[in-house]
Design a protein around this ligand. Structure first.
Ligand SMILES: NC(=O)c1ccc[n+]([C@@H]2O[C@H](COP(=O)([O-])OP(=O)(O)OC[C@H]3O[C@@H](n4cnc5c(N)ncnc54)[C@H](OP(=O)(O)O)[C@@H]3O)[C@@H](O)[C@H]2O)c1
Length: 295
């Protein structure tokens, strides 16, 4: 089935894994990659929601190659299980879209005792990508697409209190995690240089989605009501993720930050190579992963 943009079966033969695929930007990204002929694997934390999203994608795109894997991405054990299950089912991974993310009004900790924003928004990207590194390398050309945010511009990484134990502010924790997405992307691109696996990050714009709705107070009101008139649709918000996942125009582009399908400069803090390396080492320690440098 041809897609609305005329990109036909551009992704035929490609296997794509999309996290946060049951709502908002991730759901549209997964659907449009399926429409382009890809085999799409949705990561969901809720089995019924995952099954319903997969069925909706099959029906609307005519592509039956839509699979679901379950994981709560705040749990390191479940992320490892997810990676193992994926590798058990698929020999290749051509596109990994790290998209699942949230903001939490109150400070919470994951089952691993890690502040929840950091655990979900950054460490799940870091872990899943690195656990699947061999599949990506074996599938080159392959792409990693990390959904970040322009909220990163408000942040610097506080390495002395990365998990906000001393003082928690929801938006500070969120913007730091989105800064971490870009630092991770740039470091990953550097490490994968010359392997045929690219890594890029993006800002989707302000998007009317389920974002913020896991909270009951002001954040729920802000994203669910107050900001809605200024928000774009999930379809509009997903365009850059879909572009980075599929367009031949960016086949060789790596280590960049995009918005509206164009590379833009992220903040100075996001271009700090020392911070990127320090974050990588800190993330390895927090996840008990020692990631081999390819090649
Ligand atoms: N919306 C915006 O204005 C905006 C702006 C800039 C950047 N972003 C970024 O865009 C990305 C997607 O957000 P969205 O706007 O599409 O939000 P959304 O509609 O709330 O979707 C978030 C997705 O992440 C999943 N998720 C949340 N917690 C999870 C967990 N513990 N384990 C596994 N999956 C989990 C959700 O699953 P459920 O369906 O089960 O809840 C959902 O599929 C995020 O990284 C966000 O930071 C959003």
């Amino acid at each position: 089935m041809a897609d609305q943009n005329g990109s036909g079966q551009l992704m035929r033969g490609k296997i794509c894994l999309v996290t946060g695929a049951t709502s908002g930007i991730g759901a549209v990204t997964a659907r449009e990659l399926a429409r382009m002929g890809a085999t799409v694997v949705l990561v969901a934390r809720n089995a019924a929601k995952g099954a319903a999203t997969a069925e909706h994608i099959r029906v609307t795109t005519g592509n039956s190659a839509v699979d679901v894997l379950l994981a709560d991405l705040t749990s390191q054990r479940q992320i490892r299980q997810l990676a193992d299950e994926f590798m058990g089912r698929y020999e290749h991974l051509h596109v990994l879209v790290n998209n699942a993310g949230a903001v939490y009004e109150q400070r919470q900790e994951s089952v691993d005792g890690i502040e929840l924003t950091l655990a979900l928004n950054h460490l799940s990207y870091f872990m899943l990508t690195n656990l699947l590194q061999d599949r990506l390398l074996a599938s080159a050309p392959a792409r990693v697409v990390n959904v970040s945010s322009d909220a990163h511009r408000m942040a610097t990484l506080n390495f002395d209190d990365l998990q906000a134990r001393r003082k928690y502010r929801a938006f500070r924790a969120y913007s730091q995690s989105k800064l971490a997405n870009i630092l991770f992307t740039i470091e990953l691109a550097e490490r994968l240089h010359g392997t045929g696996v690219t890594a890029n990050a993006l800002h989707p714009g302000l998007v009317a989605s389920g974002f913020g709705q896991n909270n009951s107070g002001f954040i729920n009101l802000l994203f669910g009501t107050l900001l809605r008139p200024f928000s774009r649709t999930a379809e509009q918000g997903a365009k850059t993720a879909i572009y980075l996942a599929s367009s031949p125009e960016v086949a060789d582009t790596t280590g960049q930050y995009f918005t509206d399908k164009r590379p833009i400069s992220p903040s100075a803090a996001a271009r700090d190579r020392g911070a990127a390396r320090r974050l990588w080492e800190g993330s390895e320690a927090l996840t008990s992963l020692a990631v081999p440098v390819p090649g």
